[in-house]
Design a protein around this ligand. Structure first.
Ligand code: GRF
Length: 223
């Protein structure tokens, strides 16, 4: 770890939280120069919030159901975030679409992971749609968040094979395993300032990324 302060993260979750755990472990083990300041969840019963507490992380639950509309919910979210200075907002299975105003507040400081090879399969049920289409490959994409859903510049993708006999569950697990590797890696690059968002684009080591970087996960095929 370098002498400067580790990059402070706020992680937003809605569900299982396995990406949050992978990121927290990468921080705790010193594999990336970041620290999880706060985990915020919009679902009181989400498994992920219990896991964050077990890990000793600071947590907040901001139940969407308690707010009359999305803007009241976002105001509460911003209040929780502004209470501490987070340099990177990490969406990890956060099932709310954030408004353009919210996204603007975190321009260039918000990342997301989406379970598809973007720009393919934006939105929900990606594993099911990949199987229905008969695709040979699938994966996940880590991208900077912009106002357009799942459309910000993609930095890194994991590519996994779709295998004969795959079910939605088996395919989702293979993609998930790869997510736990690529998401901490991208956050580590941001912490090192090797990766930045500028002029609407992602820049890596001083070069604009015209195409996402790709990691092949053939080794995970045999799970
Ligand atoms: C992942 O598949 C991620 O790509 C998507 O939501 C899921 C979150 O899983 N955005 P988990 O809560 O991190 O286990």
């Amino acid at each position: 770890m370098s002498a400067h302060a580790a990059l402070p993260l706020a992680i937003l979750i809605s569900g299982r939280g396995s990406n949050m755990v992978a990121i927290a472990q990468a921080c705790a083990q010193g594999r990336i120069d970041a620290r999880v300041n706060h985990v915020i969840c919009d679902q009181p019963d989400a498994a992920g919030i219990a896991r964050a507490r077990e890990l000793g992380l600071a947590t907040s639950v901001i139940p969407r159901a308690q707010f009359s509309d999305a803007s009241a919910f976002e105001a509460a979210l911003l209040g929780a975030l502004d209470a501490q200075a987070h340099h990177l907002l990490v969406l990890a299975g956060f099932m709310r679409i954030l408004s353009p105003q919210f996204v603007a507040r975190y321009a260039g400081r918000m990342v997301n992971i989406h379970p598809s090879l973007l720009p393919l399969y934006r939105g929900l049920n990606t594993h099911r749609r990949v199987l229905a289409a008969g695709d040979a490959q699938h994966g996940a994409s880590v991208h900077f968040v912009t106002a357009d859903l799942d459309a910000g510049p993609v930095v890194l993708q994991s590519r996994v094979p779709v295998l004969p006999g795959d079910t939605e569950k088996s395919l989702a697990e293979r993609v998930h395993d790869s997510e736990h590797i690529i998401y901490p890696k991208v956050i580590g690059w941001i912490a090192q300032q090797r990766l930045v968002f500028r002029d609407g684009r992602a820049w890596f080591d001083g070069e604009a990324l015209d195409e996402p970087m790709v990691e092949e996960f053939r080794a995970l095929a045999a799970v």
